[in-house]
Design a binder for this molecule. Structure first.
Ligand code: S3P
Length: 439
């Protein structure tokens, strides 16, 4: 579905961010691995996280959905059953990379994971290699892509250094480590989101972090009881960007997860002199079990360019398209480097952002690992293709509200992957759009 977003005059109001996608995936997976029922409050009902519920059901967990909460009665750490047909992960990269950590431990069982056209371009060699070292057998198409077949085995503990910081790969190894024959350690070149670690700590697992290395002990069972999912900082980021960009705006976004490993974008916005008030978590020395939450107060600000380097990239990975968008409106240059991972997200996000924003009037150049924007001129507007990528669709919509002539987004329905109510929420805040499903 195509939609045109008209220039907005000032957004105002208050709303609750949708539930966190990363934490919803993890809560459902750990629920499926747990021995006692887990009640998940505010589970995200979006395409990606519904794929996770369907997957754990296919593997033998029982899932009941009651309004905003979900009850998962798990199959246990070693109790997944073979579904007899491929597991469809849909568009969900997180499910594709995390689930094999559990499946690899199911001795004597074989599973196949497959998904949509975009999933078939997402690399899985990065999880296949450590899981093979742990003793499982994995076969990927062309050695790298889904469909991915996993033959479960008795797992060995390993110590593994990631070349690229990735919460998905780290989480996969930690989940496999739960059933290994000793303590498993994962090291990263930079900090990435730590929701898996926090949930495992909550579930009674012996896990600790030492700088950039996390070590998990094997566990007999997971005991989680209840998980409350905070608002998604990455979804809220689109509203934050809209509030910061549209003159006269003043928004309050309620209940946003402000875990330090997820708030890189908010720190970048503040550095660019955008106005975002909130009680953001400080960087912690020790691993913490809880997920902190805050309301965010957002207002328009005159922006300045900034540089985002490799250390900061994993802390703002899904919001980097928005850094480019803000850069179009900021004085001076905005540069993102060390973000080659963007090339293997739901789409090649460097190409999608650079070609998309250039089509709307931006002065932006691509690099192999990022982009540079010469800002200050704002955006004229025009047409942008979401390329089937939810985050590009939502970036296009926000660009429309901040542009001079409006933006038509081709494939706006992609937003349903993480934020089904996005257009409704923008409209409530004062953004206007019209549907062009016929064009
Ligand atoms: C995610 C981690 C990130 C992020 C993705 C969700 C997660 O991927 O881009 O949207 O939930 O672990 P990588 O850590 O693999 O870069």
């Amino acid at each position: 579905m195509n939609m045109r977003f008209a220039p907005a005059r000032g957004l105002s109001g208050e709303l609750r961010a949708p539930a966190d996608k990363s934490i919803s995936h993890r809560a459902a997976l750990l629920g499926a691995m747990a021995s006692e029922p887990v009640r998940i409050e505010r589970y995200l009902r979006a395409a990606d996280t519904l794929s996770t519920l369907a997957a754990v059901r296919a593997l033998g967990a029982l899932v009941e959905q009651h309004g905003e909460h979900v009850l998962v009665r798990g199959a246990g750490l070693r109790g997944a059953s073979e579904p007899g047909e491929p597991i469809d992960v849909g568009n969900a990269g997180t499910l594709l990379r995390l689930l094999p950590g559990w499946l690899a431990a199911q001795e004597g069982c074989t599973f196949t994971l497959d998904g949509d056209e975009s999933i078939r371009r997402r690399p899985v060699d990065r999880i296949a290699e450590p899981l093979r070292r742990m003793g499982a057998e994995l076969h990927a198409r062309d050695g790298r892509f889904p469909p991915l077949r996993i033959d479960g085995a008795r797992l060995r503990a390993i110590s593994y250094e990631l070349e690229v910081a990735s919460a998905q790969v780290k989480s996969c190894i930690l989940l496999a480590g739960l059933t290994a024959d000793g303590a498993t350690t994962v090291g990263e070149p930079a900090r990435s989101r730590d929701h898996t670690e926090r949930l495992l700590l909550r579930a009674g697992v012996a896990i600790h972090r030492n700088g950039l290395r996390v070590t998990v002990a094997s566990a007999d069972e997971l005991l989680l009881d209840r998980v409350t999912v905070p608002g998604d900082a990455s979804s809220a980021a689109f509203l934050v960007a809209a509030g910061v960009l549209v003159p006269g705006s003043r928004l309050v976004i309620r209940d946003v997860g402000v875990n330090w490993t997820r708030t890189g974008f908010l720190r970048i916005v503040r550095r660019m002199r955008g106005i975002v008030l909130g009680d953001l978590e400080a960087e912690l020395g020790e691993l913490e079990a809880d997920e902190p939450v805050s309301d965010l107060d957002v207002a328009h600000g005159a922006l300045e360019g900034t540089t985002v380097g490799a250390e900061e990239v994993p802390l703002a990975i899904d919001e980097l398209p928005l850094v480019a968008l803000l850069g179009c409106f900021a004085e001076g240059e905005t540069v993102v480097r060390g973000a080659q991972e963007l090339r293997v997200k739901e789409s090649d996000r460097i190409a999608g952002v650079v070609e998309g924003l250039r089509g709307l009037g931006a002065d932006i150049e691509a690099a192999p690992d990022g982009f540079a924007v010469r800002g200050g001129g704002g955006l004229r507007g025009g047409v942008i293709d979401a390329r089937g990528d939810h985050r590009l669709a939502m970036m296009g919509a926000v660009a429309g509200l901040a542009s001079r002539e409006g933006v038509e987004v081709l494939g706006m329905d992609a937003a349903a992957v993480s934020y089904p109510a996005f257009v409704e929420d923008l409209t409530r805040l004062g953004g206007s759009h019209d549907e062009r499903s016929w064009s």
